[in-house]
Design a protein around this ligand. Structure first.
Ligand SMILES: NC(=O)c1ccc[n+]([C@@H]2O[C@H](COP(=O)([O-])OP(=O)(O)OC[C@H]3O[C@@H](n4cnc5c(N)ncnc54)[C@H](OP(=O)(O)O)[C@@H]3O)[C@@H](O)[C@H]2O)c1
Length: 308
């Protein structure tokens, strides 16, 4: 099959089109013909070697941990899916080797879900990694509850946009940080209070939004943004970051869950969740798309059509 691959760590110039063996659906696995994948910060972090001590890496590597597409075949024992089903998945495997910037991916049945009926395949491809991350943090780790003050850093990003909506659905009162150009966007996602981190008054605005402090802080930015936010946690409050390990808080790394992706699909189909702005590009533009993502200024999701 054709895939976008790289044979050494480096800049986006290491990415190129290549031929790799087509995977097969082993026992308990599903082979997906990938129609779209999406660009996540982890794609360029892996390409630059930042995660090489975290997971085994085997070259050539095809990047990509998001997939939407159609079931091509199912392995022995698979009962929940059949050929032709429209699915989506968070496609992290134990080894960094076969990603979703490729025509096919084989994944465990438990990692896959039917895609939301109300979203196109392209929009669905931008959902799994960021929405699952936000879902697990909001529901399972921070356990946001009715009436709690929730601070979310980076509301305009992929994870942040879902963290705002999912916290709202659980009755949280959300404050989110953003730059000036994204204020309206983040407000439309459901943040009750917007703190423009480019303004000199940002620190006092963070305090003013929740004078007694925040019950929950969900951080999608890390670094100084996290350090500054942590100062406003209530005694006994919960701080969860998906970027750094916070002082007195928890770092969460997203895990695959077809079951949780189905819960997310149900929220989309009920009209309770909306996808962030989605831009579709050809996978042949993967290098430029990763470079853009690396600027950390992208709003919403960039999806790549696997048109190899
Ligand atoms: N641990 C995990 O399992 C996990 C899972 C997914 C992602 N992540 C990590 O989480 C981070 C966010 O991922 P993502 O996919 O949401 O990224 P993303 O979509 O690329 O986020 C970009 C957004 O971040 C905002 N931003 C940048 N600097 C900011 C700051 N100082 N304060 C507030 N907002 C800021 C930008 O908005 P403005 O232009 O308005 O600043 C931009 O819209 C990445 O580091 C990623 O690697 C971790």
């Amino acid at each position: 099959m054709k895939a976008i691959i790289f044979n050494e760590f480096g800049s986006s110039s290491v990415l190129h089109e290549g031929e790799v063996p087509t995977p097969v659906a082993a026992k308990g696995e599903i082979l997906i013909r990938v129609s779209h994948t999406s660009v996540n910060p982890v794609d360029w972090k892996i390409r630059e070697g930042f995660l090489k001590t975290m997971f085994p890496h085997i070259f050539p590597i095809s990047p990509g941990w998001d997939a939407a597409g159609v079931v091509e075949s199912v392995g022995e024992g698979v009962t929940s899916f059949k050929r032709g089903d429209e699915v989506y998945a968070y496609a992290r495997l134990p080894e960094v080797h076969s990603g979703t910037y490729a025509q096919f991916i084989a994944l465990p049945e438990a990692a896959v879900s039917l895609k939301p009926k109300t979203l196109s395949s392209a929009t669905s491809a931008g959902v799994p990694m960021v929405a699952l991350t936000a879902y697990q943090v909001v529901h399972n780790v921070a356990k946001v509850a009715q009436g709690e003050q929730v601070l979310i850093t980076g509301g305009a990003g992929g994870v942040g946009s879902y963290a705002i909506q999912l916290s709202n659905l659980l009755g949280g009162i959300v404050t989110s940080t953003t730059s000036t150009k994204n204020r309206e966007y983040v407000s439309e996602l459901g943040a009750k209070c917007i703190v423009d981190y480019t303004e000199a008054s940002a620190t006092s605005a963070l305090q003013g939004a929740a004078p007694d402090g925040y019950d929950v802080i969900i951080d999608t930015v890390g670094g100084e943004a996290l350090t500054e936010a942590v100062a406003f946690i209530k005694p006994g409050g919960r701080v969860v970051s998906v970027v750094d390990t916070p002082k007195g808080g928890t770092f969460h790394f997203v895990y695959a869950s077809g079951q949780e992706l189905t819960a997310i699909a149900t929220l989309f189909d009920a009209g309770s969740l909306r996808a962030p702005e989605t831009t579709v590009r050809s996978i042949r533009e993967a290098a430029a798309a990763q470079d853009e993502n690396r600027t950390r200024r992208i709003r919403g999701k960039v999806v790549l059509a696997v048109d190899l």
